[in-house]
Design a protein. Structure first.
Length: 145
């Protein structure tokens, strides 16, 4: 039989206080589609396309953030984003969250590309470089449409 003392902590993220987002945005407003360029540098949430591949999900209790740069171009027939970011490690103390030095996510994500009045798609190439992870001989890159 197991006692309450044997039950493991489920790994719920705790974060007393930290700056979840802090960035400089040049150009237009990422959250208000507009024709033209925008650049975001700093700690930010990253959502690509509809968020099925990369989203600002709640992790295990705390929303995900990334440190890095995102360069985007909006046009009437879609949006293209170039990103290079590191996920932020959630630490339980105050003002102690730091970017994970062993993981880098970079690549290109083109969303809502309108090829014709009836055909809309997303196209991407992303590299998730996790230095401490072992995947055998499999590459870390992901591409799709």
């Amino acid at each position: 039989m197991s006692s309450p003392a044997d039950i493991r902590d489920p790994g719920i993220d705790k974060d007393i206080a930290d700056g979840h987002e802090g960035f400089v945005e040049l150009g237009g407003n990422l959250h208000d589609p507009h024709p033209g360029w925008d650049v975001i540098v700093g700690r930010q949430e990253v959502v690509l396309g509809t968020g099925r591949l990369l989203d600002d999900n709640e992790g295990v209790n705390v929303r995900s953030a990334f440190d890095g740069i995102r360069v985007g171009y909006d046009k009437p027939k879609g949006r293209v984003d170039l990103i290079a970011v590191k996920p932020v490690e959630i630490n339980p103390g105050a003002w102690d969250d730091v970017p994970n030095p062993g993981i880098t996510l970079w690549g290109l994500y083109a969303s809502n590309l309108r090829w014709s009045p009836r055909f809309l798609s997303d196209v991407y190439f992303l590299d998730y470089d996790a230095k401490s992870a072992t995947y055998g001989s499999h590459p870390h890159e992901s591409s799709g449409a």
